[in-house]
Design a protein around this ligand. Structure first.
Ligand SMILES: NC(=O)c1ccc[n+]([C@@H]2O[C@H](COP(=O)([O-])OP(=O)(O)OC[C@H]3O[C@@H](n4cnc5c(N)ncnc54)[C@H](OP(=O)(O)O)[C@@H]3O)[C@@H](O)[C@H]2O)c1
Length: 321
C-alpha cells in the first residue's frame, strides 16, 4: 500500500485529495500547522476507509519547523509508524494580503511559505522517497502573465530568490500581494522542472510534476481578502463570469481528485517534468509560462534557494549533488 505525504491536507483542495486517496486505500501523512483540524481529518479517514493516517507538525514558512518535521518523519519511517513514502504533495500555500510580513528566518511570507519551505522539505525527504516515487508541486495559472488569471491577480516579476525573499526590506521595493503570489507560483513550476532535470541526470525513477488546480474561490484560499470579496467570488454568478472571461476554473472536488491522481495513479507515471492543469472538469498536461522553461534562471533559483535555506552538504541528497 502506498503512502502520500501532503502539506495542507486538512482543508480545501488538499482535503478533497486525501478523501480520494483514502478511498483508494492509500495511507497518508497529513503535514500542517493546524493540529486539531488535522486530527479531525485523520479520524474521519481512518473511520471511513481503515487506512493509516499520521499527522506531522509542519509550518512551511519556518525552516526550523521543516527540519524538525523531516527528522520526525524519518523516525516514523524507522519505527514503522509510516510504512513508506511514495509521494510528496506540496499543496499548502496561499496569498498573503495586507502589509508585507516575514517568516521566522526573516524571509517574505509568501516566498517562505509557498517556495522555500517546500524546497527544503523536498530536499530533506527525497532520500526517503521510493525509487519510483513522485513529488507534486501545486502551482497556479496566475504564474503565467499571458493568462487571464495572471493578468487578473498580478503579473510575475523576475523569479530571483534573493530579491523575492527580501521584498520590502531595507528600502527594497514592496510588491502587491497578487504579484508576490503569482511569482511564488512561477518559482514553484521552475522548482518542479529543475528537480525533474536533476533527477533525470542522476538516472532516478522519481517523478517531479507541476500542477495547477484552477481557480476555486470557495476553499480557504481567499481568507485574507475582505469578507464581501470572499462572498462575491464564491457566488455562481461570479464563477460564471470568471469562466466566461477565460480564467481556469475548477472545483475543490475535481482538483483534489486530480492531485490524488497525479500523486499515485499509474496513468500519470510518465508525468515527470510536465505541468498539469485542472480546467472545467478536465485534467491535461499543458504548456506553462514561457519563463518557466528558462533553465538558466531555474538553476540560479535552485542554487539561491539552497543558500537561503542554508542547506548543508550532509542534508543535500546524493541524487541532487
Ligand atoms: N483555490 C484556488 O483558487 C487556487 C488556485 C490555484 C492554486 N491554488 C493553490 O492550491 C493550494 C491549496 O489551496 P486551497 O485553495 O485548498 O486553499 P486553503 O483551503 O486555504 O488551503 C491552503 C492550505 O495551506 C495550508 N498552509 C498555509 N500556510 C501554511 C504554512 N505556513 N504551513 C503549513 N501549512 C500552511 C493551510 O493550513 P492552515 O489551515 O493551517 O492555514 C491550508 O491547509 C495552495 O497552494 C494554493 O496556492 C489555489
Amino acid at each position: 500500500m502506498a503512502t502520500v505525504l501532503i502539506t495542507g491536507g486538512h482543508s480545501g483542495i488538499g482535503l478533497a485529495a486525501v478523501r480520494v486517496l483514502a478511498a483508494e486505500n492509500v495511507d497518508l501523512v497529513l503535514a500542517g500547522r493546524s493540529p486539531d483540524r488535522m486530527r479531525a481529518v485523520a479520524d474521519e479517514l481512518r473511520a471511513a476507509h481503515g487506512v493509516r493516517v499520521s499527522t506531522l507538525a509542519l509550518d512551511t514558512s519556518s525552516l526550523t519547523s521543516v527540519r524538525t518535521a523531516a527528522g520526525q518523519l524519518g523516525r516514523m519511517l524507522a519505527d514503522g509508524e509510516v510504512a513508506s513514502l511514495d509521494a510528496i504533495a506540496c499543496n499548502a500555500g496561499g496569498r498573503f494580503d495586507g502589509p508585507v510580513t516575514y517568516s521566522p528566518e526573516g524571509y517574505e511570507t509568501t516566498f517562505a511559505t509557498n517556495c522555500l519551505g517546500h524546497f527544503l522539505l523536498v530536499e530533506l525527504l527525497l532520500p526517503h522517497l521510493s525509487d519510483d516515487g513522485r513529488v507534486v508541486y501545486t502551482s497556479s495559472s496566475t504564474h503565467d502573465p499571458d493568462s487571464m488569471d495572471g493578468r487578473m491577480v498580478g503579473a510575475v516579476v523576475e523569479p530571483d530568490a534573493t530579491t523575492l525573499a527580501t521584498i520590502g526590506r531595507d528600502g527594497a521595493k514592496a510588491l502587491s500581494a497578487g504579484k508576490r503570489y503569482s511569482t511564488s507560483k512561477l518559482c514553484t513550476v521552475m522548482y518542479a522542472y529543475e528537480l525533474d532535470r536533476r533527477l533525470r541526470r542522476a538516472g532516478s525513477g522519481i517523478s517531479s510534476i507541476a500542477f495547477d488546480p484552477g481557480s476555486i474561490p470557495d476553499t480557504g484560499f481567499l481568507r485574507g481578502m475582505p469578507k464581501p470579496v470572499q462572498w462575491l467570488s464564491a457566488t455562481s454568478a461570479m464563477k460564471w463570469v470568471t469562466k466566461r472571461i477565460g480564467a481556469i476554473t475548477s472545483t475543490a472536488e475535481f482538483s483534489g481528485a486530480s492531485l490524488a491522481a497525479l500523486a499515485v495513479s499509474p496513468e500519470h507515471a510518465g508525468g515527470s517534468g510536465k505541468y498539469f492543469q485542472a480546467n472545467a472538469g478536465t485534467l491535461a498536461a499543458v504548456r506553462s509560462a514561457r519563463l518557466s522553461y528558462d533553465e538558466q534562471r531555474a538553476g540560479k533559483l535552485w542554487d539561491d534557494s539552497k543558500r537561503l535555506v542554508a542547506l548543508t552538504s550532509a542534508e543535500e541528497p546524493a541524487l541532487l549533488r
